[in-house]
Design a protein around this ligand. Structure first.
Ligand SMILES: Cc1cc2nc3c(=O)[nH]c(=O)nc-3n(C[C@H](O)[C@H](O)[C@H](O)COP(=O)(O)OP(=O)(O)OC[C@H]3O[C@@H](n4cnc5c(N)ncnc54)[C@H](O)[C@@H]3O)c2cc1C
Length: 422
């Protein structure tokens, strides 16, 4: 096994300095099993893209980055089995090369599969649930060191409990995901859709293509960018955004402040799903990482009033907000998915990396969204107390009980889980 690395390390954004005593990087499942058996407390680390302490610990972190990649396609079952530490980019490239696809992807292709699944990471699309919903099976190293396979034939509720597991039920080594034949997508961007049009036509715009995102600063510009990702084998989008007051972008745009060279191709040019569904190219970093993200998923019927409630905060946001993105997510069956059992709209914020100012803004956002039953994203910052989280996530108590049953000594507990599962 590679040595435990003890140097000071941070998450990708640099807003969390890990308190972990070290990082272990086993090179095989058997090494990982031995590590789990002999370590009193450890936390799985994915690609470090979360913005809170969910992947941190006061004990040992374990990364699967040195485990061999696996990408096995079962065409009869329409399932791909991948090593848990592989990134979206690696999985997407492997699938596309063989004529297959995932139903949807998050904006960033650098994220690990297990980390995305563990936190309910999602893209956009009224018919597209989170990646966790595509999981049909996973292998987990339990606290005893034994490997357990969870799938649709497991006891009732087990798979749904394991889809979004926050690292609490064991270290996932392999994930089986449902796949579909590859498809082509074309991204068209419109600028400055006025608020009146956003409010009046929200559902029509957001469901007009396979995956639609609106970007806003909550100021008078309304939705300053609308990204329409159209599957070319489906009917063309029918909402005329120009008639509603928007302009079609004539050159590539970045949703934040960075060079448009880092975004996936726009301008309505068809290309494979793997190079259109993420917003950012895998060969570029989308930004310097000097940012902090927050996101809340509300029931779809509250989308318009929730956006209206946030508009008075535009002045507060102005010096701090790089971009806010509005997306739709289809219902998940995962117990802890932010989109669990409800058609959802995600309201996401990318802030400058000014932690005290972000903490203050997040409180104001949570106050404004309170009437709309918001669920915070597990991998982003939020102010929610455990009591609030239990209200937002009705299955949280059952999940906490399962975590105690499967990990009675708290081998996979960390301070984040101690707080959230209390
Ligand atoms: C630039 C950027 C863009 C983003 N875009 C999106 C987006 O479009 N949509 C969205 O929903 N989110 C988005 N996110 C958030 C991101 O998807 C989540 O924070 C996700 O958890 C990051 O995965 P990771 O591998 O970095 O996980 P980490 O931050 O390393 O870990 C997150 C959790 O996963 C657990 N975990 C990791 N590996 C394993 C394993 N092998 N077994 C068990 N548990 C494991 C950890 O223990 C922890 O609980 C974005 C983040 C960034 C930085």
């Amino acid at each position: 096994m590679s040595d435990v690395i003890a140097a000071e390390r941070t998450n990708w954004a640099g807003n969390v300095t890990y308190r972990a005593a070290g990082l272990a990087r086993p090179t095989s499942v058997s090494e990982l099993q031995e590590l789990v058996r002999t370590t009193p407390r450890l936390t799985a680390l994915g690609s470090t893209h979360s913005f809170n302490e969910i992947a941190d610990t006061d004990a040992l972190q374990v990364s699967l980055i040195d485990m061999p990649p696996v990408l096995e396609i079962d065409t009869a079952r329409r399932v791909v089995r991948v090593a848990a530490g592989m990134t979206h980019a690696q999985v997407a490239a492997g699938l596309e090369a063989r004529g297959w696809a995932l139903g949807n992807l998050a904006s960033l292709p650098h994220i690990s599969t297990a980390g995305a699944v563990a936190t309910g990471t999602h893209g956009s699309g009224t018919r597209n649930p989170s990646l966790a919903q595509a999981v049909v099976g996973l292998d987990v190293v339990r606290a005893s060191g034994a490997v357990s396979s969870v799938g649709s034939d497991s006891a009732a509720g087990q798979l749904d409990a394991h889809r979004v597991a926050l690292g609490a039920l064991g270290v996932v080594t392999a994930v089986e995901l449902a796949i579909v034949p590859t498809f082509q997508v074309a991204t068209t961007v419109h600028l400055d859709l006025p608020w009146d049009a956003v409010e009046e036509h929200f559902d029509a715009v957001m469901s007009d293509a396979y995956s639609v995102s609106m970007f806003t600063s909550f100021d008078d510009r309304g939705a300053r960018q609308v990204w329409t990702k159209h599957r070319v084998d489906e009917p063309a989008p029918s909402v005329d955004l120009e008639a509603l007051g928007a302009r079609r972008a004539t050159e590539a745009v970045h949703p934040g402040e960075n060079d448009a060279a880092s975004v996936t191709e726009q301008g309505g040019v068809p290309g494979p799903w793997s190079e259109r569904l993420p917003h950012f190219r895998s060969t570029f970093s989308p930004s310097t990482g000097a940012e902090i993200q927050a996101e809340y998923l509300v029931p779809a019927e509250f989308a318009v009033p929730a956006l209206r409630a946030l508009r008075p905060l535009a002045g507060l946001f102005a010096p701090l907000l790089i971009a806010a993105e509005v997306r739709t997510v289809a219902p998940d069956t995962a117990w802890l998915a932010p989109s669990s059992e409800r058609q959802s709209v995600g309201i996401h914020f990318t802030f400058r990396r000014d932690a005290p100012a972000v903490a203050a803004a997040v409180l104001r956002i949570e106050e404004a969204l309170e009437p709309f039953d918001p669920r915070p994203h597990w991998g982003k910052v939020s102010a929610g107390t455990p009591a609030r989280l239990h209200e937002a996530y009705p299955h949280l108590a059952a999940f906490a009980a399962l975590a105690r049953e499967l990990d009675p000594e708290g081998r996979f507990r960390n301070p984040f889980l101690d707080r959230v599962l209390s």
